[in-house]
Design a protein around this ligand. Structure first.
Ligand code: FNR
Length: 374
């Protein structure tokens, strides 16, 4: 596959055997300011570490002597068939990782037969991404003070064949990301907003220009009633991203969303919220949610074993943010493809070694968590 992308060249990623090694390569190839933007989290980065560490504390209870000569990873989300329950999380500003940005990511999603959630903070336009390939695409929405801008984005997404709207609900303001503040991070041209929204940023203003941009544009008054507004302007199913409590999961079901994404925004918003995997069980056991709408999870997925653990605790699928970005930074579309394939292969092996021939065989009793008194 590599030769199809880069004929005659040596594959620098051939020797990389896991996502963490892609991260190391990304750190080498990216300017510090951009690597910090992608990899960093809010304040003390406690939740950032915890998102990964909480997975490490979950162990397996494998079953033996089960025929796993065939292991089937294929999955569906909102009725769309995908090759494995691993989809691409919305991450902004992907041209800072690779010149082809969101288009390269969409193409990788198409190659891997999975879903890409395109960010509202994209450096490519909706039209560019839609016309680049036939990947199944969802659109992540930020609601702006200028509601007409969000309205336009939703209309375009719908017109260009996006299949769902993912409403990010944990960002009334941007979290305090100290790496960006120190680096005086400046947002690149968000081409997706061209002709819709332009903001004058004062060059004299200190700190992260990203924070200033967000403060000027994002609508902090966004509330549950606005989900009705969103429903009134689109026929697409709506997923809510950023749910961390049973209470909010129940509210989301009550307002009629098509799915819930348990997420702490990759630990970039409020520091000291629990790891998303730590709250997943609480959210999924709520009667109101169980079975009524799919529950997805993101945050800290770095291994196929992590994907398995999330599924065992009730997620229908997971989203990957940084792992995709590291693949993109390392080798564009091909790098993203490698990362997804790696996680897929690791999940397949985990299923074989736990005695699960298909996703529906994965149960709560295949994992042990702190709740089990361990
Ligand atoms: C994000 N995330 C994010 N979420 C969102 O709803 N809209 C966005 O524009 C962005 N942008 C963004 C940029 C970068 C660089 C990162 C790392 C993350 C959050 C993202 O969708 C997801 O919740 C996390 O990335 C999941 O955690 P991991 O997989 O990065 O650990």
């Amino acid at each position: 596959l590599f030769q199809a992308f880069c004929p005659g060249k040596k594959d620098m990623t051939a020797e990389l055997v896991n996502v963490m090694e892609f991260q190391e390569l990304a750190k080498k190839v990216l300017p510090k300011m951009y690597y910090d933007y992608f990899s960093g989290g809010a304040e003390d980065e406690h939740t950032l570490r915890e998102n990964v560490e909480a997975f490490r504390r979950i162990t397996f209870q494998p079953r033996i002597l089960i025929d796993v000569s065939k292991v089937n990873l294929s999955s569906t989300i909102l009725g769309y068939n995908i090759s494995a329950p691993i989809i691409i999380a919305p991450t902004g500003m992907l041209k800072l990782a690779h010149p082809e940005g969101e288009v390269a990511t969409a193409r990788a999603a198409a190659l891997c037969n999975t879903i890409m959630v395109m960010s509202s903070s994209s450096t490519c336009t909706i039209e560019e991404v839609a016309s680049s390939c036939d990947a199944i695409r969802f659109f992540q929405l930020y609601v702006y003070r200028r509601r007409d801008v969000s309205y336009q984005l939703v209309q375009r997404a719908e017109r260009y064949g996006f299949k769902a709207i993912v409403l990010t609900a944990d960002t009334p303001r941007l979290g305090r990301r100290e790496r960006d503040i120190k680096n005086k991070m400046v947002p690149p041209n968000l081409k997706i907003l061209e002709g819709l929204l332009s903001v004058e940023l004062d060059p004299e203003e200190e700190g992260s220009k990203l924070e200033n941009f967000a403060a000027k544009t994002l609508d902090p008054s966004l509330n549950w009633k606005d989900v009705e507004w969103l429903k009134s302007i689109t026929n697409l199913p709506i997923l809510i991203k950023g749910v961390l409590t049973a209470e909010d999961a129940r509210k989301a079901v009550e307002v009629g969303v098509a799915g819930i994404i348990v997420s702490n925004h990759g630990a970039r918003q409020l520091d000291y919220v629990p790891a998303s995997i730590s709250v997943l069980e609480e959210v999924t056991v709520v009667e109101a949610v169980k079975g009524e709408v799919p529950v997805l999870l993101d945050g800290g997925i770095r291994r196929g074993t992590d994907v398995f653990k999330a599924l065992a605790l009730g997620a229908q699928a997971v989203l990957i943010g940084r792992p995709m970005v590291y693949g993109l930074a390392a080798k564009g579309e091909y790098g993203v493809t490698r990362v997804i394939e790696m996680l897929r292969d690791e999940l397949e092996l985990t299923m074989a070694l736990t005695g699960c021939g298909s996703l529906k065989d994965i149960t709560r009793s295949h994992v042990r968590t702190e709740r089990d008194g361990l």
